[in-house]
Design a protein around this ligand. Structure first.
Ligand SMILES: Nc1ncnc2c1ncn2[C@@H]1O[C@H](COP(=O)(O)OP(=O)(O)OP(=O)(O)O)[C@@H](O)[C@H]1O
Length: 342
């Protein structure tokens, strides 16, 4: 089922949270809403769900206007960061709950309900845990129960709000790969909220980067990374060096004084060279890579390069060494506007 959101505005009292959101999500797509805390991700998700109603704008599912339709009638499944499973009910009963409370016409018969819940538990790989209580599960297992419960009513849209936010990094990584695999099998149109760019990149078909109630850019991960639409998007996607015109003119061919080159640490190279005025301040061993910070007399912030270990070993780069800098890739901005490569 496709989702179309048009010109959505929403304010909490007099404080605007969404300021003109347009977004089209294709049927079967997995879309991430990515952005810093407070940018409006959750509010937008709740409007799609029907838990909030916009001050202005429309929401449509498969072309049908649902702006004024209640959450109950929108047939969407939800998973939240702290999903309130019923602690006194078994895993099986938690998943069955959504089916038991359906209107009697839609409520499955006993055998069918058993089969359905079993199938769902197998789908989330918890078939052997049906009789356990939530307290006897790990955090990751609990989130999978929450997902099975959301899927039980066969939603055509699945909405996930930081579903793995409360879990440790390792489990998060495992669960998001698992969720991606699940989505590839069941293809339910899904929207998930995250402030973690790595999570968005690994999971999503497309990512909407939000900032202060607006979408700054909507694109697939690769386009977002290689052609960020604004300095904000570029900074939000990870650490980046910002080099003024005079410094990068040599590589970029842009002598334009207003242009700034944004260079990722792994696209910046340092090499030992005398008399450049750029000095290494610190070298930090990160295992497979080495993080090197250098001080340029014209820049307030240190320049950061990340070198692969193979390239670093034997390079003679140590604290105090004077270095030449070279960028392999960059994106240019003139103020807030991207400058396209010619
Ligand atoms: N119930 C509320 N009452 C008043 N203001 C609210 C309420 N909920 C959210 N806001 C404000 O609306 C803005 C958007 O909030 P929202 O929760 O949508 O952001 P978010 O991007 O999901 O943030 P986070 O990543 O921290 O959850 C924020 O400035 C927030 O302070």
């Amino acid at each position: 089922m496709s989702i179309d959101v048009a010109d959505i505005h929403y304010a909490y009292g007099s404080a605007p949270a969404l300021r003109g959101i347009d977004l089209s999500i294709q049927s079967g797509e997995l879309l991430a809403l990515l952005g810093p805390s407070g940018c409006g991700k959750t509010t937008l998700l709740r409007i799609v769900a029907g838990l909030e109603f916009p001050d202005r704008g429309r929401v449509a599912f498969n072309g049908r206007d649902v702006t004024d339709v209640s959450a109950r009638k929108r047939h969407v499944g939800f998973v939240f960061q702290h999903y309130a499973l019923f602690n006194h009910l078994s895993v099986f009963e938690n998943v069955a709950f959504g089916l038991r409370v359906r209107r009697w016409r839609l409520r499955p018969k006993r055998d069918e309900l058993q089969r359905k819940v079993r199938d769902l538990l197998d789908l989330v790989q918890l078939g052997d845990y049906a009789h356990r209580l939530p307290a006897q599960l790990s955090g990751g297992q609990r989130q999978r129960v929450a997902l099975a419960r959301a899927l039980a009513v066969e939603p055509e849209i699945l909405l996930l709000d930081e579903p793995f936010g409360a879990l440790d990094a390792r489990v998060r990584g495992d669960l998001r790969r698992w969720l991606r695999g699940l989505h590839d099998r069941i293809h339910v149109t899904s929207v998930f909220v995250t402030h973690d760019q790595e999570e968005a990149f690994e999971l999503a078909d497309r990512i909407a980067v939000m900032n202060r109630g607006r979408i700054e850019q909507l694109a697939d991960p690769q386009t977002l990374y290689t052609q960020p639409a604004s300095p904000f998007v570029c900074r939000f996607l990870g650490e980046v060096n910002e080099l003024p015109a005079a410094l990068h003119a040599r590589w970029s061919g842009h002598a334009d004084a207003d242009v700034t080159a944004f260079v990722r640490p792994h696209d910046l190279d340092f090499s030992a060279a005398q008399g450049t005025g750029v000095r290494i301040e610190s070298v930090r061993d990160l295992g497979p890579t080495v993080r090197i910070e250098a001080r340029h007399p014209a820049l307030a912030a240190p320049l950061v390069a990340i070198h692969e270990r193979g390239r670093f070993d034997g390079s003679g780069l140590v604290a105090g060494q004077s270095v030449a800098i070279q960028a392999r890739r960059w994106v240019l901005f003139r103020g807030e506007e991207p400058v396209r490569h010619t």
